[in-house]
Design a protein around this ligand. Sequence first.
Ligand code: HEM
Length: 277
Amino acid sequence: MTRAIQPLQPIKSTFSHRMLRIAASCWLIVASVGQWLFGFYILLFYGKTTLTSDFERWNRVLPHGYVAGDWVGNLIVGIHVLLASILVIGGPIQLLPWVRHQAPVFHRRLGQLYLVTAIVVSIAGLVMVWTRGSVGDTIQHYSISLQAVYIMGFAYQSIRYAKARQFNQHRIWALRLFMVTNGGWFFRVGLMSWLVINGGPVGFDPQSFTGPFLTFLAVFTYAIPLSVVLLELYLYACQTLNKTLNYLVSATIFLVTLLTTIGIFGATLGLWFPQIK
Ligand code: HEM
């Protein structure tokens, strides 16, 4: 394929470009498994409690999840968490090359569903933060709100370029959207990775859910998403012949893959599995 039609692949098949591809594939495989585990938790925990009308159980994981009598607020929480499963299960499916090439109609339909769902989940999330309240402090609340703005802006750009049939730009914006939409997942995985590595809470107070580490994590996950910064570095490295940069970006992605693996392990055993077993 030529560079003109395939900007997300390295321009040459040098060793340093192959390393970039391997690093990105490793991260994507690990992240896909981690997101599907999060998706199964959402379906099994929120799906089951919703079907059995056992809404009080939401408060075991969400301090502001269910408020007796406030059916509008509860409905918004329900919409937020249940539709979130479409994003965390559907996102990695959209990135599977096989789906893109062999099932283009499915890819298009799932893409449309993903875009609409991302916007609805973000609006519901904004309502939750600013009406019901959320764990953490004001910096965390502003940071996650900024994430909602990015999600809606990137979704708009992605739709715009798809409609204009500029598919290179569409794919780049869709990848940026994938990164910001997964902010909540990155936050949980980052937090659990930190807890596993330190053997417990360091740099924050688990009771108030505030402290320097959580401020850092919220700002660099939501407000200035490092996931998007790394994606941009990867896209740039794919187009350059600067071997040093390519190795540096590959090494960073490998390191992130290791931290992601640790975080998924911690989140699955510490957060998700205990709620569904
Ligand atoms: C679009 C991607 C998003 C996904 C996939 C997502 C997913 C989820 C899930 C699954 C939960 C339940 C967490 C658990 O059971 O451990 C949750 C909670 C929550 N989300 Fe989101 N979310 C997203 C975006 C947002 C945004 C943009 C905001 C705010 C602007 C937001 C605000 C919240 C709040 C306030 C809670 C409840 C946490 C608490 O009670 O403190 N979410 N989200």
